[in-house]
Design a protein around this ligand. Structure first.
Ligand code: NAP
Length: 339
């Protein structure tokens, strides 16, 4: 008898990686949730043998039966698409809130609806039966210094906050995956990752100190292997999903070696960073970079396992290196090169 894994966000980066991992294991069958079962992405997943089911994380009635029969649920919530959706920006204005605060509320709504629905199926879940993609609580970790890292706090307020307070039995079957900076995030603000300099070189400009080690993640290939690893650990584990740890100057140096471009790194202030980022996200993203300098990306939470802790337990997670990713990416098609 195959076991059922239900994957939220299956048409996206993280959920897609989890699907690829479980597709290779005949012991599992997959149900994927989507708002658009007839989209191209959904149809491609159906063609691979995945049961694609309609669900909208903002509509609890659509979540009533979708977790039935599951041994495992993987969840991810979304912040940035709601943040950049013009209708939400309008709505936030109407409500007299910042778009960050409003997108926080939307992400919290998604998370609560997921937890409420999965909790009804707690009895059928495996001992590690719920894996939630989340981040640390920047507000609490910084004792209030960072109060507007909404996309961190929204995740942490639910996973583990609301989950533990409301459904202790489900919380006992849950493990948490903290996801590192995506290899692919340069696409959102190439001007700060690859600032073209008059002398022909390219400079990365972030508010992070140049000596701080950062967890970097290929979300499209490596989230699945990290979820598999969590299944080999006791429930209630927290694992940092990082394909590679390096400083931002090291990230840039490797990119320069692969592309043959001279590179440098400059630490800038959040204010300077904000000026160059379109769409009103600059302050929050800039503070995220600064927060990872001051407190560590996941606030150096003592209970968080890292890849090297797992290696000591004999668990080796197959990941893609930054160099491999840089070599595979088409920097010309992306408009970054030639310069
Ligand atoms: N960029 C980074 O460096 C970084 C680092 C760590 C964490 N993160 C976090 O990663 C998260 C995004 O993850 P991702 O990149 O894997 O997602 P993604 O590729 O942007 O895809 C979003 C997924 O969520 C689903 N989804 C969104 N809203 C939904 C709704 N209302 N109901 C049902 N499904 C919904 C979408 O499904 P359908 O469209 O098919 O319905 C899609 O599968 C964000 O919260 C972000 O903060 C990002």
């Amino acid at each position: 008898m195959t076991k059922l894994v239900v994957i939220i966000g299956i048409t996206g980066n993280q959920g897609g990686s989890v699907a690829s991992t479980f597709l290779r294991d005949p012991a599992w069958r997959i149900r994927g949730l989507t708002r658009h079962p007839s989209s191209t992405a959904s149809r491609a997943l159906t063609a691979e043998g995945i049961e694609m089911v309609h669900a909208d994380l903002h509509k609890p009635s659509t979540l009533n039966n979708v977790f039935k029969g599951a041994s495992l649920v993987f969840s991810v919530t979304d912040f940035w698409k709601p943040f950049f959706t013009p209708a939400n920006q309008e709505k936030a204005k109407e409500l007299g809130k910042s778009i960050g605060r409003y997108a926080y509320e939307l992400e919290v709504d998604q998370g609560k609806n997921i937890v409420d629905a999965v909790a009804k199926e707690t009895a059928g879940l495996d001992d590690v039966g719920f894996v939630a993609s989340t981040l640390c609580h920047a507000g609490k970790s910084s004792e209030g210094r960072y109060q507007e890292l909404w996309h961190f706090d929204a995740k942490a307020d639910i996973f583990p906050g609301y989950l533990k307070e409301t459904y202790p039995e489900l919380a006992r079957k849950t493990s948490f995956l903290h996801t590192g900076y995506f290899f692919t995030s340069w696409g959102y603000m190439p001007g700060r990752w690859f600032a073209k300099q008059p002398d022909g070189s390219i400079q990365m400009q972030f508010p992070t100190r140049p000596d701080v080690l950062i967890p970097h993640l290929n979300p499209r290939t490596d989230v699945g292997p990290f979820v598999r690893a969590l299944l080999q650990l006791p429930p209630q584990s927290t694992l940092m999903a990082a394909s590679e740890w390096c400083t931002w100057p090291e990230w840039m140096k490797t990119w320069g070696e692969v592309t043959g471009v001279r590179t440098s790194y400059k630490q800038v202030s959040v204010e300077d960073f904000d000026k160059e980022v379109p769409g009103g996200a600059g302050k929050e993203i800039g503070e995220m970079y600064e927060f990872s300098s001051e407190y560590g990306y996941n606030a150096n939470q003592a209970n968080t396992l890292k890849t090297w802790d797992l290696e000591k337990m004999g668990i080796k997670i197959p990941t893609m290196s930054l160099r491999e990713y840089f070599e595979a990416e088409d920097w010309i098609a992306a408009g970054i090169l030639p310069y």
